[in-house]
Design a binder for this molecule. Sequence first.
Ligand SMILES: *Cc1c(COP(=O)(O)O)cnc(C)c1O
Length: 218
Amino acid sequence: MGIKEKVRAILSQLPPGVTLVAATKTRSPEEILKAAEGGIEIVGENYAQEAEAKYQVIGNRVNWHFIGHPQRNKIRKLVRFIDMIETVDSLEIASEIEKRCALLEKVMPVLVEINSGREPQKAGVLPEEADGLIKEISKYPHLRVMGLMTMGPMFGDPEDSRPYFVETRKVFERIKSLQIPNVETRYLSMGMTNSYKVAIEEGANIVRIGTKIFGSRE
Ligand SMILES: *Cc1c(COP(=O)(O)O)cnc(C)c1O
């Protein structure tokens, strides 16, 4: 199966209301356009430079999510063309997005990344610190919190990922119940090639898939 057919096969099996984001780090513009022919409308990129180079080729034929760890000095570049930043996990990053988007008079949709595995080396805010961070971000007029994202620890068996998705879903429901002004709880981005079916069972409505579409990254 080619890329186009693989996208079609995945899309045909996703429940209604679940959005497929193609995780496209290391993939070429040609590969991304094949995925778009199959029905991909959103791609997720991890690195600012790489994303910008591909944006220059592909432009707005797809929407662009940023799913990597945003570096402060790359945000100015990113906010020009990125449609959603899924990986906001500190006030420092949020305030830089605020500053750069204010200059462009643009409101940036963002997801707050949860470190559901509580892994010290991993990105994301701890589950119990999410509420405080989101309340602070909600005061920024040029950011709009739209939901949460998590990676979770990597496992061979996707069942092992379930508790981390459950934990993130709990945070999602808690934030929803707080009804913070200027905060939406619309998107829950969880699950990759190995784990997306479990993630959907636990409430994900965005899944980020690379390998299953494009093959393994060498
Ligand atoms: C690479 C990546 C994915 C996709 O991973 P696959 O296992 O290739 O499906 C999803 N989310 C993030 C943040 C990634 O960096």
